[in-house]
Ligand binder design. Sequence first.
Ligand SMILES: [Zn+2]
Length: 169
Amino acid sequence: MQCLFCKVDNDKVINSRTSLDGLSIKRRRECLGCGRRYTTYERIEESPLRVVKKDGTREAFDRRKILKGLERACEKRPVSTDTLENIVSEMEREVYDKFDREVTSGFLGSLVMQKLKILDAVAYVRFASVYREFKDISEFIDELKPLMTNVPKKKKDGSNDSRSISLQH
Ligand SMILES: [Zn+2]
Protein backbone atom coordinates (compact mmCIF):
# COMPACT_ATOMS: atom_id res chain seq x y z
CA MET A 1 0.00 0.00 0.00
CA GLN A 2 1.43 3.33 -1.07
CA CYS A 3 1.70 5.87 1.75
CA LEU A 4 -0.74 8.78 1.43
CA PHE A 5 1.95 11.21 2.57
CA CYS A 6 5.37 10.19 1.29
CA LYS A 7 4.22 7.75 -1.44
CA VAL A 8 6.59 5.05 -0.24
CA ASP A 9 5.12 1.59 -0.79
CA ASN A 10 6.13 0.00 2.48
CA ASP A 11 3.80 -0.23 5.43
CA LYS A 12 2.77 -2.50 8.24
CA VAL A 13 -0.77 -3.16 9.36
CA ILE A 14 -1.24 -2.25 13.01
CA ASN A 15 -4.73 -3.62 13.31
CA SER A 16 -7.64 -4.83 11.18
CA ARG A 17 -11.28 -4.71 12.04
CA THR A 18 -14.25 -6.06 10.14
CA SER A 19 -17.23 -3.71 9.93
CA LEU A 20 -20.53 -4.58 11.59
CA ASP A 21 -22.15 -5.63 8.33
CA GLY A 22 -19.17 -7.87 7.65
CA LEU A 23 -18.65 -6.37 4.21
CA SER A 24 -15.67 -4.16 4.77
CA ILE A 25 -12.38 -4.29 6.61
CA LYS A 26 -10.85 -1.26 8.27
CA ARG A 27 -7.06 -1.36 8.58
CA ARG A 28 -4.84 0.95 10.55
CA ARG A 29 -1.48 1.15 8.82
CA GLU A 30 1.85 2.66 9.60
CA CYS A 31 4.21 3.80 6.88
CA LEU A 32 7.70 2.43 7.39
CA GLY A 33 9.09 5.30 5.29
CA CYS A 34 7.80 8.31 7.21
CA GLY A 35 6.21 6.75 10.27
CA ARG A 36 2.80 8.35 9.69
CA ARG A 37 -0.35 6.40 10.32
CA TYR A 38 -3.46 6.19 8.19
CA THR A 39 -6.57 4.08 7.82
CA THR A 40 -7.76 2.15 4.77
CA TYR A 41 -11.12 0.55 4.08
CA GLU A 42 -11.41 -2.51 1.93
CA ARG A 43 -14.76 -3.38 0.53
CA ILE A 44 -15.37 -7.10 0.19
CA GLU A 45 -16.69 -8.01 -3.22
CA GLU A 46 -20.13 -9.46 -2.73
CA SER A 47 -20.42 -11.46 -5.89
CA PRO A 48 -17.61 -11.23 -8.42
CA LEU A 49 -19.00 -14.20 -10.27
CA ARG A 50 -20.44 -13.61 -13.72
CA VAL A 51 -22.87 -15.67 -15.72
CA VAL A 52 -22.19 -16.26 -19.40
CA LYS A 53 -25.44 -16.46 -21.31
CA LYS A 54 -26.19 -18.44 -24.46
CA ASP A 55 -25.59 -15.42 -26.70
CA GLY A 56 -22.22 -14.80 -25.06
CA THR A 57 -23.26 -11.78 -23.03
CA ARG A 58 -22.49 -11.68 -19.34
CA GLU A 59 -24.32 -10.58 -16.25
CA ALA A 60 -23.67 -10.63 -12.53
CA PHE A 61 -24.53 -13.85 -10.72
CA ASP A 62 -27.82 -13.09 -9.02
CA ARG A 63 -29.16 -15.49 -6.42
CA ARG A 64 -32.53 -13.73 -6.33
CA LYS A 65 -33.02 -14.59 -9.98
CA ILE A 66 -32.39 -18.27 -9.33
CA LEU A 67 -34.70 -18.21 -6.33
CA LYS A 68 -37.41 -16.63 -8.44
CA GLY A 69 -37.05 -19.38 -11.05
CA LEU A 70 -37.30 -22.03 -8.36
CA GLU A 71 -40.34 -20.37 -6.81
CA ARG A 72 -42.07 -20.27 -10.17
CA ALA A 73 -41.37 -23.97 -10.74
CA CYS A 74 -42.57 -24.86 -7.25
CA GLU A 75 -45.75 -22.80 -7.34
CA LYS A 76 -48.54 -24.59 -5.47
CA ARG A 77 -46.18 -27.43 -4.62
CA PRO A 78 -45.52 -28.54 -1.03
CA VAL A 79 -42.09 -26.90 -0.96
CA SER A 80 -41.20 -24.22 1.58
CA THR A 81 -39.35 -21.01 0.79
CA ASP A 82 -36.71 -22.06 3.30
CA THR A 83 -36.03 -25.19 1.30
CA LEU A 84 -35.65 -23.14 -1.86
CA GLU A 85 -33.35 -20.65 -0.12
CA ASN A 86 -31.20 -23.58 0.99
CA ILE A 87 -31.03 -24.93 -2.52
CA VAL A 88 -29.84 -21.58 -3.83
CA SER A 89 -27.19 -21.38 -1.11
CA GLU A 90 -26.06 -24.90 -1.94
CA MET A 91 -25.85 -23.98 -5.62
CA GLU A 92 -23.96 -20.81 -4.83
CA ARG A 93 -21.39 -22.78 -2.85
CA GLU A 94 -21.00 -25.36 -5.59
CA VAL A 95 -20.55 -22.69 -8.23
CA TYR A 96 -17.96 -20.80 -6.17
CA ASP A 97 -16.12 -24.06 -5.52
CA LYS A 98 -15.93 -24.96 -9.17
CA PHE A 99 -15.47 -21.61 -10.88
CA ASP A 100 -13.39 -18.54 -10.24
CA ARG A 101 -14.94 -15.84 -12.32
CA GLU A 102 -17.49 -17.12 -14.77
CA VAL A 103 -20.11 -19.80 -14.98
CA THR A 104 -22.33 -20.58 -17.98
CA SER A 105 -26.08 -20.18 -17.70
CA GLY A 106 -26.27 -23.73 -19.04
CA PHE A 107 -24.39 -25.05 -16.04
CA LEU A 108 -26.66 -23.14 -13.65
CA GLY A 109 -29.70 -24.52 -15.45
CA SER A 110 -28.55 -28.10 -15.18
CA LEU A 111 -27.71 -27.56 -11.52
CA VAL A 112 -31.26 -26.32 -10.87
CA MET A 113 -32.59 -29.38 -12.70
CA GLN A 114 -30.49 -31.70 -10.55
CA LYS A 115 -31.81 -30.12 -7.37
CA LEU A 116 -35.43 -30.07 -8.47
CA LYS A 117 -35.28 -33.67 -9.61
CA ILE A 118 -34.57 -34.74 -6.05
CA LEU A 119 -36.97 -32.25 -4.52
CA ASP A 120 -40.19 -32.36 -6.49
CA ALA A 121 -40.98 -34.17 -9.74
CA VAL A 122 -43.69 -31.78 -10.85
CA ALA A 123 -41.51 -28.72 -10.24
CA TYR A 124 -38.72 -30.45 -12.11
CA VAL A 125 -40.80 -31.09 -15.20
CA ARG A 126 -42.16 -27.55 -15.11
CA PHE A 127 -38.72 -26.09 -14.95
CA ALA A 128 -37.36 -28.47 -17.56
CA SER A 129 -40.13 -27.60 -20.01
CA VAL A 130 -39.25 -23.94 -19.83
CA TYR A 131 -35.52 -24.34 -19.54
CA ARG A 132 -35.05 -26.68 -22.45
CA GLU A 133 -37.50 -24.82 -24.67
CA PHE A 134 -38.96 -27.98 -26.02
CA LYS A 135 -39.38 -27.99 -29.75
CA ASP A 136 -41.92 -30.77 -29.79
CA ILE A 137 -43.81 -33.01 -27.48
CA SER A 138 -41.52 -36.01 -27.99
CA GLU A 139 -38.65 -34.16 -26.35
CA PHE A 140 -40.93 -33.38 -23.49
CA ILE A 141 -41.90 -37.05 -23.17
CA ASP A 142 -38.21 -38.00 -23.23
CA GLU A 143 -37.79 -35.77 -20.24
CA LEU A 144 -40.63 -37.50 -18.43
CA LYS A 145 -39.53 -41.07 -19.12
CA PRO A 146 -36.80 -41.39 -16.50
CA LEU A 147 -39.24 -40.03 -13.92
CA MET A 148 -41.92 -42.50 -14.85
CA THR A 149 -39.65 -45.52 -14.81
CA ASN A 150 -38.99 -44.71 -11.17
CA VAL A 151 -42.66 -45.09 -10.42
CA PRO A 152 -43.73 -48.64 -9.66
CA LYS A 153 -46.02 -49.53 -12.52
CA LYS A 154 -49.44 -50.93 -11.84
CA LYS A 155 -50.32 -51.71 -15.41
CA LYS A 156 -48.07 -53.86 -17.54
CA ASP A 157 -49.24 -52.56 -20.90
CA GLY A 158 -46.57 -49.84 -20.87
CA SER A 159 -49.01 -47.04 -21.54
CA ASN A 160 -47.72 -43.67 -20.48
CA ASP A 161 -49.98 -42.32 -17.85
CA SER A 162 -48.88 -38.79 -17.10
CA ARG A 163 -50.72 -38.85 -13.79
CA SER A 164 -48.08 -41.18 -12.43
CA ILE A 165 -45.78 -38.18 -12.06
CA SER A 166 -47.83 -36.79 -9.21
CA LEU A 167 -48.09 -40.22 -7.63
CA GLN A 168 -44.43 -39.97 -6.70
CA HIS A 169 -45.36 -37.70 -3.83
ZN1 LIG B 1 5.02 7.57 4.46
